[in-house]
Write a protein that binds this ligand. Structure first.
Ligand code: ATP
Length: 243
């Protein structure tokens, strides 16, 4: 039987200012199962980023239920949500969000240094080295992010997202700042991670990349209007990566 990683029911999000209320999400019902690769598409302003922020506990719903691995997370304090986010969610952003002052190694190690249960430097080293090897960037461990190409920086961001062994990866326009060759290489890597069992949820404007998911959600005006399963998703091109 499929095991759910997260379940949302009736999730809404209203942004209120003195002048107006914006109903960004209008009742989202969504279950993501372990091993899914879900893509979220839809026109500008339909609520994709808002949904991803709530999925990743960067923001809280206005109403509705949200459970991650059976635990209700729709009413947490900031400290509780930060703790669960660090343990269970890996993020990959369009703009990489690496820290320029830190080496590649320390960028990837960062989520582990914020663990509630402290890890030894030896455990951290093992985990960081395994993730850098996975994205083929071991030889760049002592570089700074600004010494790397965009495609290489996104691979470091993938290593950082993976290092804490999260329950899911949330991916926001991962190829938005990359040319098509590097974009295809990053998508090939994400598809490979999914083939190895990683659960992924990705926002994209690019229909070619949305087609690489096993389930495509279409959002319009804060609602899921369509959900398509793809038993045989399109495959990313296998491209030799920049070293
Ligand atoms: N902090 C905020 N305060 C007020 N309104 C907001 C806020 N964040 C988002 N919105 C509004 O909520 C709606 C959904 O925004 P959201 O950023 O989720 O859309 P999106 O689908 O990700 O758009 P895009 O593809 O352009 O990034 C929009 O109308 C937006 O203006």
């Amino acid at each position: 039987m499929k095991e759910s990683v997260l379940t949302m029911s009736g999730v809404t999000k209203v942004f209120s200012t003195e002048e107006m209320e914006t109903h960004a999400l209008r009742g989202i019902d969504l279950t993501i199962y372990r091993g899914d690769f879900v893509s979220i598409c839809g026109p500008s302003g339909c609520g994709k980023s808002t949904l991803l922020s709530i999925l990743g506990l960067l923001d809280m719903p206005s109403s509705g239920q949200y459970q991650i691995e059976g635990e209700e997370v729709s009413q947490l304090t900031l400290a509780q949500s930060a703790y669960i986010r660090n343990e269970k969610v890996g993020f990959i952003f369009q703009s990489f969000n690496l820290i320029d002052e830190l080496t590649v190694y320390d960028n990837v190690a960062l989520p582990l240094r914020y663990r509630k249960e402290p890890m030894s430097e030896k455990q951290i080293k093992q985990a960081v080295e395994a993730c850098l090897a996975k994205v083929d960037m071991s030889h760049r461990a002592s570089h700074k992010p600004n010494q790397l190409s965009g495609g290489q920086q996104q691979r470091i961001a993938i290593a950082r997202a993976l290092v804490g062994k999260p329950s899911m990866l949330l991916v926001d326009e991962p190829t938005g700042n990359l040319d098509s060759i590097n974009g295809d290489a990053v998508m090939a890597m994400l598809q490979q991670l999914n083939a190895e069992g990683t659960t992924l949820c990705m926002v994209t404007h690019d229909p070619r990349y949305a087609d690489m998911a096993t389930r495509q959600l279409h959002l319009l005006d804060g609602k899921i209007i369509d959900s398509e399963e793809h038993s045989d998703p399109k495959h990313a091109f296998e491209i030799p990566l920049a070293q």
